[in-house]
Design a protein around this ligand. Structure first.
Ligand SMILES: [Zn+2]
Length: 165
């Protein structure tokens, strides 16, 4: 994805309140981010427990959503709905986000089971540990990355679908 600035992220929030946006803290290593290796930029707020954010390229624009991690922890290790990493490299937890527009202001949210640390782009690019010699690894990886992008996009579209026009 394109290289992001702090201001671009702040300007692209949808469904979050002004006071929530004011309290957003970026990771200390933000300046070192390799955006070329990312399909979306996700991070945890180090000052606010259970708070995370994803900044996603969406229909030629950028959309940033605020995510809240649910109190309940899944009993068994679960697979992330975005990267579908079968190795369960990262812990997947339940997040919810307020929908944009009127619905969100009424308290309407949508949920997703996703990697706690938003490492999905890295997981999608990891090659399988065992494969047949004839396997086209680049094709496998391209497919995993395309699937990840599609599922994150769908989540963002859903979050924005009730937005006032
Ligand atoms: Zn994931």
């Amino acid at each position: 994805m394109q290289h992001l600035t702090h201001q671009q992220i702040i300007d692209s929030f949808r469904g979050a309140t002004r006071s929530e946006i004011k309290r957003v803290t970026l990771p200390t290593d933000f300046a070192d981010t390799d955006f070329d290796a990312l399909d979306f930029y996700g991070w945890r707020d180090r000052k606010i427990p259970r708070r995370g954010y994803i900044c996603v390229p969406h229909q030629g624009d950028l959309v940033t959503l605020l995510l809240t991690q649910a109190d309940a922890v899944p009993k068994r290790r679960a697979m992330c709905a975005w990267c579908r990493d079968v190795n369960l490299t990262s812990v997947a937890v339940m997040f919810s986000t307020r929908r944009a527009g009127q619905a969100g202001r009424r308290g309407d949210t949508i949920g997703v089971l996703a990697c706690e640390d938003f490492s999905c782009p890295r997981n999608a690019r990891r090659l399988p540990p065992a494969f047949h010699k004839a396997t086209d690894l680049e094709a496998l990886r391209a497919e995993a990355v395309a699937g990840l992008r599609q599922r994150v996009e769908a989540f963002v579209s859903n979050a924005l679908s009730a937005e006032d026009v």
